[in-house]
Design a protein around this ligand. Structure first.
Ligand code: PXP
Length: 240
């Protein structure tokens, strides 16, 4: 079955709103695991607006599944990742502030830097995925960079309606096929929720989805264990 990585960044967003120590993203992550999450994802941003370095270090010690660290490809973040050694690292664009206009990593233009970063982490047995738009050139460049996986940016699909949404889905389908044919594992993420996830989860090549905001939003209403179970149930229907 497709793996579900639960991104707990926004538990930390609520904590940082008051600069106190609750809610604790580590506690949320452990409950998410107990409810069936196959991994936990966090994004340590340059501005530290939600997840803090300490959270990542504690998660590294306490998780039972796997830790996926989303990170910019900067010297500081590479040094941090080398020190913490998450199971997986996902390279994302450095300034990813806007929700609707943001894109994936431009692997084509930053080939050398991304290849070097990938090699540094993979030599320490950290699997690297590159967060890219569903575009042929970016997928091919990801293979050239030596990445283990691509995480295909699903944001444009999630934001689109009707015909445009079909077009975006088609692009993700084709990018997934291409990526797998090049030996890359295929992941997806960004903007996925309980209403739009099924079509993405049904893509045969899709091995892992990383989902944050919708699960944490639902968790506020029904609790994180229930929110994770509901998403897992949807994913289990996708590949029946
Ligand atoms: N995948 C990547 C690479 C991301 O940067 C994010 C957002 O941090 C997600 C997945 C999760 O996105 P969302 O919170 O919209 O589910």
């Amino acid at each position: 079955m497709i793996r579900l990585g639960v991104n707990v960044d926004h538990v930390a967003t609520v904590r940082q709103a008051r600069r106190v120590d609750v809610p604790d993203p580590v506690e949320a992550a452990l409950l998410a695991e107990a409810a069936g999450a196959d991994g936990i994802t966090v994004h340590l941003r340059e501005d530290r607006r939600h997840i803090q370095e300490r959270d990542v270090r504690i998660l590294r010690q306490r998780l039972h599944t796997k830790l996926n660290l989303e990170m910019a490809v900067t010297p500081a973040m590479l040094a941090f990742a080398e020190d913490v050694r998450p199971d997986d690292a996902c390279f994302v664009p450095e300034k990813r502030e806007e929700l609707t206009t943001e894109g994936g990593l431009d692997v084509v233009s930053h080939r050398q830097k991304i290849r070097e970063g990938t090699q540094r982490l993979q030599s320490l047995a950290v699997r690297v995925s590159l967060f890219v738009d569903p575009e042929t050139a970016q997928i091919e460049a990801s293979r050239d960079a030596g990445a283990h996986a691509v995480e295909i940016h699903t944001g444009a699909y999630c934001n689109a309606l009707s015909v445009e949404r079909e077009k975006q889905l088609q692009a993700i389908l084709e990018a997934s096929k291409l990526a797998q044919s090049l030996g890359l594992e295929v992941h997806g993420g960004h903007g996925l929720n309980y209403d739009n996830v099924l079509a993405i989860a049904q893509i045969p090549e899709m091995a892992e989805l990383n989902i944050g905001h919708s699960i944490i939003a639902r968790a506020i209403i029904v609790g994180i264990e229930q929110a994770v179970r509901e998403m897992k149930d949807l994913l289990s229907k996708a590949k029946e």
